[in-house]
Ligand binder design. Structure first.
Ligand SMILES: [Fe+2]
Length: 331
């Protein structure tokens, strides 16, 4: 298991390939961590959770079989108290007609129900939004299930963002995805930002973990071709308001860890804020690789299909490792 300290020593550039090159190691050695099979329970741990993001369930490419295999691995090896998903649960309902979109949610729910006995808390991703690309989805925008409502209905959620407490920790689930033409942008809208301000002000002591689909801050987007071609940060790969949110988190003082997915690559960024006391807490942003790898087509930029395992402690410390589950994509 990699502890916080050993991870942080590797510096801020945590894009799988770049980090591996810097260390002179193949990326698989760094990020294809074997599961903590029968891992010893760290003393005093408050909770263990598994972070499964970017499942992209579909009929093709044995995706349902892959998700089931991952869920079995989580239950057999990681044995978490609960599973936290990071969004992109289904494949591209954003631009898919409603009949197939509904079928994908049915497959996902059947897989969760039949293959997993651990509680699951869900977060929405861009692929989970129905019909924002109206031409491809053949949607009008007037459907009662348009946008995020189809996902909320299927996941039994009232809102796409929320907070809850468990094991002495607070969990804040954010909704990162907002319309931008036929596409989307990563940010919080005014309503959610006001809610977040209230949530942060209401509790400044409970150690808190935040999950969003799109990274609030991260480095994996630097490894994307479209970022390099545009020579600027693409705001559908990282929150456009990430620094503003980071300021709120550092100032709050009890935001310990922010999890994300979306880029299907693993990275880690630890950041403080200028002008604060030297011992002011930093916030750690961890992007985990995807359960689906490159959408069930193999590894994404040398990052294996996998999931994050996070141990949380009562004093706000955490430990994280990335676990593969043995999936082999079809050649
Ligand atoms: Fe994804």
């Amino acid at each position: 298991m990699l502890d916080s300290e050993s991870m942080s020593r590797r510096g801020l550039l945590k894009v799988a390939g770049l980090t591996a090159l810097a260390a002179g190691l193949p990326a698989s050695k760094l990020f294809a961590q074997p599961a903590a099979a029968g891992s010893p329970v760290s003393s005093g741990r408050a909770l263990r959770l598994a972070h499964l993001t970017d499942l992209h369930i579909q009929r093709e490419k044995r995706a349902q079989q892959g998700v089931a295999m991952c869920l079995h691995h989580v239950q057999e090896h990681a044995k978490p108290d609960f599973i936290l998903t990071g969004g992109d649960l289904v494949m591209d309902t954003f631009a898919t007609p409603i009949e197939r979109s509904r079928a994908l949610w049915d497959i996902l729910n059947a897989t969760f129900k039949n293959e997993c006995s651990i509680g699951i808390e869900n977060c929405l991703g861009n692929h989970d939004v129905f019909g924002w690309h109206k031409e491809k989805a053949k949607s009008t925008g007037e459907e009662p299930f348009f946008g995020k409502r189809l996902a909320l209905e299927n996941l039994g959620l009232e809102k796409p963002y929320r907070a809850f407490k468990r094991g002495g920790w607070r969990f804040i689930v954010l909704d990162s995805v907002f319309p931008d033409g036929n596409g989307y942008i990563g940010k919080l809208d005014d309503e959610q930002m006001a809610w977040l301000d209230g949530e942060l002000a209401a509790d400044t002591t409970t150690p808190t973990l935040v999950v969003s689909h799109i990274p609030i801050l991260g480095m994996t987007m630097a490894a994307e071709d479209k970022a390099n071609k545009a020579a600027k940060l693409p705001w559908n790969l990282m929150h456009a308001d990430g620094l503003a949110i980071h300021r709120k988190f550092v100032t709050a003082g009890n935001i310990r860890l922010c999890l994300s997915g979306h880029t299907h690559m693993h990275d880690r960024v630890e950041l403080g804020l200028p002008g604060l006391a030297h011992d002011a807490p930093r916030v750690t942003y961890l992007c985990d690789g995807a359960v689906s790898g490159a959408w069930w087509g193999g590894r994404k930029n040398n990052c294996d299909e996998g999931y994050g395992v996070i141990d949380l402690y009562p004093d706000g410390r955490f430990e994280h490792h990335y676990s593969t589950y043995g999936w082999k994509a079809e050649g």
